[in-house]
Design a protein around this ligand. Structure first.
Ligand SMILES: NC(=O)c1ccc[n+]([C@@H]2O[C@H](COP(=O)([O-])OP(=O)(O)OC[C@H]3O[C@@H](n4cnc5c(N)ncnc54)[C@H](OP(=O)(O)O)[C@@H]3O)[C@@H](O)[C@H]2O)c1
Length: 343
């Protein structure tokens, strides 16, 4: 394949996804330690909606949005040893978060937030940011792994990793929660899933959730979780709701259980009861996606159990703003994907 000299890319001024601009830009050749990727598919995150509104902390101006992609290496820099042309890969969300804890420096390499992202036909990335795509996954499926899947994996496999027989509570049926459901089920946990919709809960049940609760029909869903667990509470919570759900999650968690603090899709101001937090020795753990090392570990689990990510809908590159609108509507279960290249 001849090396392209330009790329079609979207740029955002932070004035809403409807104003995303498709333009042609010059493409540099990969530096010595970089690879040039042909982007096959990009998946959207809740975060991309925030970036599109200019509402993300320390966001680059006039940014190429989106963090998550899968693609093919079409050129390698002269010092790259581990990868070759033709390899199917994903770059990590934070390019320089290779292993260990995140730092201010690794955070400054977050695609589609601090630096330009992946909603483009071609991109140069450092070889150290890459992981190989599991063979059983399509590019569209693999594009969902870097943020949503890795966040769920990091939450569940943290300092006190999930054990078979543990209870896991997942809130809603968005990208992070559905991956947490799938990863927890194959690891032997019993999953309790909540959602606004009975139809979505049917999908959660099919994916292996043993117990499901419609949080609109059962506003005291924390009591229901306690009933299901015989009053004990769950071992792990995938807390994507934030201010609107965290108080109920604390009530539904067992003594010394983990509340993995991930997002803030639910409005409200419940707050946390400090006394009962202390009395129950609860662990609140902030999650910031994950490292390349964790990504490799996660892919082994995905490969071992032949997990297929739940892709709700695929849009074409030209329909990118429709994909954003669909994500915003919250009609989806799992992930919304943009197919950038058909071949
Ligand atoms: N910390 C990190 O590293 C990290 C990484 C990824 C994402 N996040 C954050 O995690 C959150 C979820 O991200 P995502 O990409 O998975 O979002 P998403 O795919 O857009 O999912 C949103 C889903 O949340 C559910 N929801 C909305 N209100 C709810 C409520 N009151 N209670 C329970 N569920 C509710 C809805 O599902 P139902 O209709 O089924 O209820 C909705 O479809 C966002 O805040 C995002 O910024 C953080």
């Amino acid at each position: 394949m001849s090396i392209p000299k330009s790329t079609r890319e979207y740029r955002s001024q932070g004035d809403g996804y409807k104003n995303l601009k498709l333009q042609v830009s010059r493409l540099n050749q990969p530096k010595a330690t970089e690879v040039l990727l042909k982007v096959h598919a990009v998946s959207l995150q809740y975060r991309d909606l925030m970036v599109s509104k200019g509402g993300y902390s320390r966001q680059k101006k006039n940014i190429v949005p989106c963090s998550d992609m899968a693609g093919e290496i079409i050129a390698v820099g002269q010092d790259v040893q581990n990868y070759k042309v033709g390899d199917r890969v994903c770059p990590n969300f934070a390019l320089d978060h290779i292993h260990g804890d995140p730092t201010q420096e690794t955070q400054a390499t977050g695609l589609g937030g601090a630096i330009d992202g992946v909603l483009t036909e071609y991109i140069n990335v450092p070889a150290h940011s890459l992981v190989l795509v599991p063979e059983h996954l399509s590019y569209e499926e693999a594009s969902t792994l870097p943020c949503a899947a890795l966040t769920a994996y990091n939450a569940l496999m943290g300092p006190v990793p999930l054990k078979g027989g543990d209870y896991v509570l997942v809130l809603g049926t968005g990208g992070v929660s559905i991956f947490a459901l799938q990863l927890a089920v194959v690891s032997g946990a019993t999953v309790i899933a909540t959602s606004s919709s009975d139809e979505k809960l049917k999908i959660a049940s099919k994916l292996g959730a043993k117990h499901v609760i419609n949080y609109n029909k059962t506003p005291d869903w924390d009591d229901e979780v306690l009933k299901i667990t015989d009053g004990r509470g769950v071992d792990h919570v995938i807390e994507v709701g934030g201010p609107g759900t965290i108080g109920k999650c604390a009530k539904a968690t067992k003594y010394a259980g983990y509340i993995n603090v991930i997002g803030f899709v639910a409005q409200g101001s419940e707050g946390i009861d400090i006394r009962s937090t202390i009395r129950k020795a609860l662990v609140f753990r902030g999650i910031l996606i994950g490292s390349v090392k964790q990504f490799e570990d996660m892919n082994r689990l995905i490969k071992a159990h032949q997990i297929h990510p739940v892709v709700d809908k695929v849009f074409s590159f030209e329909q990118a703003t429709d994909a954003y609108a669909y994500l915003e509507s919250q009609k989806h279960v799992g992930k919304v994907v943009i197919s950038v290249s058909k071949n």
